[in-house]
Design a protein around this ligand. Sequence first.
Ligand code: NAG
Ligand code: NAG
Ligand code: NAG
Ligand code: NAG
Length: 400
Amino acid sequence: MVSNALTWFLYLFNHLTDLSVPPIQPQLRLRPGHRIGVAPDPDFQEILTGVYGVPALLKIHDRTGDVRWTWGRSDVTQPLPPSIERGLWSEANDATEVKWIRNGTAIAAIYSDLVMIINHTPDQPETDKRITWAVSRQSEFLWNSHSVELLPGDRVAVATTGQRPWDGILVYNASVANPLVDDPPVIQNITGLRAIHAMIWDEQEQMLWAAGTDAAADGSDNIPAYGVIQGYPFNATTGELTTDEAYIYRLPEAFDQETEWGKGYPWWVGPHDLVPVPNERKFIVSDDRGLHAFDLRTEQWTEEYDAVIDKYMQGFEVTTNDRYGYDRTGRFTELPLSDLKSFNLAPDGAFLYVQSLWREFRGFHTNVVMDGIRQEINIGDEIYRSRWFADIPGWPKPVR
Ligand SMILES: *[C@@H]1O[C@H](CO)[C@@H](O)[C@H](O)[C@H]1NC(C)=O
Ligand SMILES: *[C@@H]1O[C@H](CO)[C@@H](O)[C@H](O)[C@H]1NC(C)=O
Ligand SMILES: *[C@@H]1O[C@H](CO)[C@@H](O)[C@H](O)[C@H]1NC(C)=O
Ligand SMILES: *[C@@H]1O[C@H](CO)[C@@H](O)[C@H](O)[C@H]1NC(C)=O
């Protein structure tokens, strides 16, 4: 009793003195806009990462990198149709996309030569790790697919991530009631957006957003390609996405990639990831050069590059110091914010990012920033994407 009272007294005393002592120095993390004092969000302790390799590996781990659950192709015991079996056991090393879906009971992923949905039910071993939907990427349409997202009605959108005018998004029926088949029927084929690298469902406006380029990023159209985000409203009556030019938002400038890849490299800078700000109607887009923020209410690009870091990602640090070169005009250019292949913001202010090595396609660790302090986890893993294993507040995935 006495010790209890003493504890409380000391607690209160500390608490009051803490409040009365102003910060001695204005630190980075005390600047306006930083959410100081936000407790770690219990729903944002788990992270889903895709590790490249043959075989590739999907893993769920905590903020320190401690692994809690994994999925690799040797976990598959169910019988598979031949094309799905071939896609799973191919020599492809990819783990390109990884997403929390269906309230955490499933994962949408691009793994090896498959686009797939697998169960995550660790409490029910009989269903855990089963593939419930898959399509092979060994086709002219899907060989380079980089992103997958659920739509209402158990539909799933798959980006073709190509350069031709008919590239875009293919929609399939991902109902768990359907058996796996060799060639799942395409229920909608939306053409026109090239090189889609990321997609996200917008529950509030009932539309799918995709980030890609407005012309061939590989230069084959002989015109500059601009990074764009495009919204596709979902018509609940027809169950189809609609294409509406009003929802195409182009980045203000087009750039070629010479700084990173050298002279005559025929590639236009394009988006890598499309990330919502929790509880806000805002996107942040990463591309080959840096970061751009978009406000969905004003339909304007707002901040770019360092201004995005200052506002949303304080504690970001460049992971290698060699990110420079010469652009087409011969001007020396530094691109410290280049190649954020994936990043993800949590409501408590923590964020993740994977920055590929300069002139490489992937990163070799995941960065976790908490309270403005960066830590490296998954060191030595070849990674394209790490995402929170949680529903982003304000941006829920479709439930059914
Ligand atoms: C989602 O999962 C959580 C536990 O992980 C559970 O409490 C909640 O009821 C689930 N929501 C739905 C809609 O099933
Ligand atoms: C999608 O439509 C385009 C344009 O009509 C066509 O060229 C392409 O073959 C279609 N893709 C699929 C997978 O059916
Ligand atoms: C998807 O398949 C399920 C199960 O067969 C079916 O009930 C549903 O109507 C299908 N949805 C679409 C959009 O075709
Ligand atoms: C959805 O499609 C139906 C049938 O084509 C059409 O009548 C309706 O206007 C569409 N809804 C919207 C919001 O465009």
